[in-house]
Design a protein around this ligand. Structure first.
Ligand code: FES
Ligand code: FES
Length: 159
């Protein structure tokens, strides 16, 4: 039997009927059709499904949709301004070639924004440690780290 869940997603109030076992990522991708949030594993390891819940980065494959009842959710689709201006972290990934195929990128950006808010002056080593839960098969991480350092600076400067 279905359960009704309600939450705010990218600033809009949404309600949906889910099964008790429905994962948050499934609700986001299949019911809300916000497919920028990716699924790269089924073991909560890759971080491709990272979203922000009440301002904190979480892996949406490791939560039930029901656990997000009443929450404020932001997915990668809600990060840029409504006029399309990129968030400083997105702009930093673009400028520093922080992506290749792009599969990991939404999760990387969501994690990076949360990290940069909490650690505005992080060292390269701290950024690398923060990426522990986000896997990238393409880039070798060098430009991702560069992007996050630049994005963090831009965020701290209020850009
Ligand atoms: S799909 Fe969630 S961590 Fe891989
Ligand atoms: S850019 Fe391809 S997986 Fe990271």
């Amino acid at each position: 039997m279905g359960v009704k869940v309600s939450m705010t997603v990218n600033g809009k109030q949404v309600s949906s009927e889910v099964e008790e076992r429905t994962l948050l990522v499934t609700l986001i991708r299949e019911q809300l059709r916000l497919t920028g949030t990716h699924v790269g594993c089924d073991t909560a390891q890759c971080g491709a499904c990272t979203i922000a819940m009440n301002g904190k980065a979480v892996k949406s494959c490791s939560m039930l949709a029901m656990q997000a009842e009443g929450a404020d959710i932001m997915t990668i689709e809600g990060v840029a301004k409504p006029d399309g201006t990129l968030h400083p972290m997105q702009a930093a990934f673009k400028e520093n070639h922080g992506l290749q195929c792009g599969f990991c990128t939404p999760g990387m950006v969501m994690n990076a924004i949360d990290f940069a808010k909490r650690h505005p002056n992080a060292s390269e080593q701290e950024v690398r440690e923060a990426l522990d839960g986000n896997l990238c098969r393409c880039t070798g991480y060098h430009n991702i780290v560069k992007s996050i350092m630049a994005g963090s600076k831009a965020m701290a400067a209020g850009k």
